[in-house]
Design a protein around this ligand. Sequence first.
Ligand SMILES: [Zn+2]
Length: 1202
Amino acid sequence: MSDKDDAETMRGRLRSERVNSLFSEDELIEDYYDQPAANDSSCWNDYGLSTLQSSGTVSSRSSSMHSGSTEGLDAPAQLLPIIKAGWLDKNPPQGSYIYQKRWVKLDADYLRYFDSEKDTYSKRFIPVTSIARVASIGDQKFEVITNNRTFAFRAESDADRNEWMRTLQQMVDERKFKGLNRISLFQPPTGALDSVDKCGLLELRGFKNKLYVVVAGDKVFLYKNAEDYRQGIGITYIEMNVGNVKDVDRRGFDLTTPYRIFSFSADSDQEKDEWVEAMQQSIAEALSNSEVAEKIWSVEANRLCADCGSPKPDWASVNLCVVICKRCAGEHRGLGPSITKVRSLKMDRKVWTEELIELFCQVGNCVANQFWAANVPPSEAIHVASGSQERRRFLIAKYKEGKYRRYHPLFGNQEELNKALCATVTTSDLAETQSLVFCGAEVSCFSGDPDFPNPIALAEQAGQKLQMEFLLHNKSSEIPRVEAGNSEEKQYSVILPSVTHNGFLFKTPSMAKLVHERKSREEFSRRWCTLNDSIFSYYENDRNAVPNGEIKMEEIVCLVNNPPDTHGYESTFEIYIESERLYLFGLENPEAIRKWVKSIAKSFIHPRADELLSHDFERIGRLQYKGGLNLARAKEGWFALTQSVLYAFFEDSDKEEAVHLKKLQELSVQGDSLVLVERRRTLYIQGERKLDFLGWVAAIQKAAGSSGDTLSEQQLTESDIPVIVDRCIDYITQCGLTSEGIYRKSGQNSKTTSLLEMLRKDARRVRLKEGEHQVDDVSNTLKRFFRDLGDGLFTKEFCQDWLKAAAIDNEEEKIGQYRQLLSSLPVVNRATVKALINHLYRVQYFSEMNQMNTHNLAIVFGPTLFQTDGKDYKAGRVVEDLISRYVVIFSVDEQEMRKQQDEITAIIKMRIAGSSSGTQQAGDFICTVYLEEKKTEAEQHVKIPATMTAEELTFEILERRKIDTKEKEYWSCFEVNEREEAERPLHYSEKVLPILHGLGTDSYLVVKKQLSMENMLIYLASRVSDSKHGMMKFREERNLLGLGLSTGFHDRYFILNNSCLRLYKEVRSLKQRMPAVENSHRPEKEWPVKNLKVYLGIKKKLRPPSCWGFTVFYENEKHEKQQWYLCCDTQMELREWFASFLYVQNGGNVWPSESSKVRASRTQQDSRLGNISLIPLRGNENEMRNSVAAFAADPLTLLRNV
Ligand SMILES: [Zn+2]
């Protein structure tokens, strides 16, 4: 009891020591002024509240809290800066002429006035948001007008008045402009404020009328009544970080602050308990708030939202290490916890360990944005006032797709990223860790050390607590992936079309592997199935409420519509889900299954790709793929397989694209990719998951093979000719045109049978080679193919019409009829007829040698093509007509004709030359090689046997031109890439044929002198070490998205040893450590030399810093290609590096010794080849001499001048 008495005494004393009152008479009068109904005047004056400023125990604290107030600023707890403060006269009470002096403060949220500048608690607060306008009323006076009240003030001068008005109006306008978007820490608890913890009427000691008290967040607001509360105009608010609540008696409690004691009394003890609890909570929140937030805000960059720039952000993403505002936090939450883990600085106190707070001080918004927001286009940035959609779009791009991030130089190189992460976490470089982790380094990768198996263990061992903290929060973080268009759907469901469907289906248990065997009916069970709200559910029966199982539409990765009768039920379909399970459903009713398949497909295919649904697909779903120039990153595409066409929606395209599988140039499985090579592109389909990928591979392989015995079911070339036909014709053209009795003589039956079988199985893989295959076997294979062709070449439908046409007497009419019939053939048949007749036209052209004139060919091919027994002479007639009138019937262009003729003539001459010397080789290939320069008069057509080396080709060309090579002249064969403006001298022992096969249309071969060879040989002979070190300028090729790792050339340190080229970024540390550097320092990049192709020259468009550069192509085992550039300062440097590359790549054997085999056999070659120049060099001798003279300079100089 004595305690209580003491408290009473204390309170009484404090009251008597009051310095000024919270509510003085002007309040009362003011209320009459704008609220004439109020009549509670007496109490305001008599029972003002005391401050504690005179109390010895708290005054020191109080004064320290006020240390800033001399500059007109609030206590530290006050978070918003004061925009304007000063003395103003408040309008006089009604009936009086005496103005009241008031200390007036304006911050971003409130206009408040106080008795004096020392006061903490205002007499009035008017939210800026409730001010409608500010008006001048003369005599240095102005009015602040809200919706229901007007406050009048008088300044000391017109200038001061104008300054107040201008500032106020500006604040009001700004607020209006922002559309009230900003949620402020100091927003009054008006209207539907969501943060109100408790509100209601409370008696405040000394007042007759109860006040309306609101506990909201970390503050307690005092209003005169509920109406004022709704209008937002209050008396004052109490920052609870300085508050303390004390139980006084049954219904009474005190809220103590250093400045004042508020003694409240509730209606009941239960009410009191609730108030006490609410206020204690508020204090707790305010304290945690100030503890965590103030520590984190002590770093400048953390005082503004990392995303939109709003001040005093009180939320955070603990894995991304960014401090964000409430609105951004809401959108962050929408991205999902695998991308951003949202926590409140105020409310999630447990998460804020010392380490995490320290991490936020060291990384925080500054370091995080240097990475995440390195390239934000101003048009995409968001602001304080940005709407929710804008924020969402921006945050997806920023954190989910990583669109603006600064790419780590190792991006795309998983192994190196992981290695770098393991190294970095043992240091204090958190920025580097951040960059590595969000560019793909795996937080849980294996470090190679079983004692400290992962980066977290390494960081722990190294005592790097902050690294550990960062890694722990990002253990399960998703790495940004650009998924154009797709990203929205995953989190925000671009709302997959809501399809509803239900009915009975028969279902087998789900499986973890592909279904190869036939499932009998007994293995299926009847289930009631529903598709609703993007969930497919199956129930024991249609009366059950709880499903046996569910498949979410977004989990589905592939849907397969099986061919009829694959299993015990006539129609079946398969669903593959992300977690590698396969569900098989069936029904006897194909129509019902068709509807199910359509409904399910429609519910899981991204709306962007819904065009795929229009196909009668066998298989549909999403897959990872790589394509185009950017092979570093897999993208997600939507695919549908329909017969032999794979329809695709690629990530960066809105259009459906079709891949004609039968026309692929190559189809192979390499590692975990399926490689589809088309003429213009290569597509890598990646096995992200095993189960559906294997299904796709099998289906695509099947669709790409020949599916039947008709023409259009075969594998086709670009020009719609079956690959079988193309291969055979090509072979006969190369090797059999002059063969006697070609197409009449029969080959070996068994060989023909096996060859045809091989070609039917996969014609693309069959390479016909002279020596390995006999001309007559191949010609018979072609005939057999046509004879057995389903539907025949001329089709069953039109076959008789062709034969009838042959009987027409009038030549012109007959040709017209043939042309007409030709145009009515299916595309593949028409193209094949033309290719075959063209070929036969070539064959008869050499009838003097092969004895097969048009008539003879017709006798052979008539019955073959018309699949008759040979009795109908008209079949032969048709073929004879087609060959003899080939040019007219097929409207052949004359120039095309002549060009073909030249080629064939060249082939024949070559064969004659070859056969006379008896050196006929397998797989020969005719190509064009230039001498010294690419121009028509320097063209040479050369037959390239598979065994021919670059040295042999060089000598052959020199022989033809009768060019004598002198000592110290280093003639070589160069591969020139016009597009890259670069060239590469082939090593003398390199085989030419594979290079020819790999040449693009922008490339060609040229034989010329290698002018720097002598200097290179001298350098190699004189150097001390086999490896080369030094600086070069390095540049990577930008990728398709323009997100190139680096643009421009940068200094890098390189080391080339006998196996690898290594790139180092840090030159200084490296140079000091030399020469032990190779073992002691980790390179930034490293390439095996055997996978590099080094070309001299860099295309000018890239603005190389000097003309002494290389273009380097790198291709790994997975056939993924990279391209980059190196530039030296001097020609000497360039020669040394190039010589070193040659040396390393060729095991030290750069130039042939004088006793080389080719050189030795030169005289022999003379007699063997004679002086055949297939296409004679044009131009007179003087012209030739001049053009050769132009090459007297170093070829590199020429390149520079191109
Ligand atoms: Zn924000």
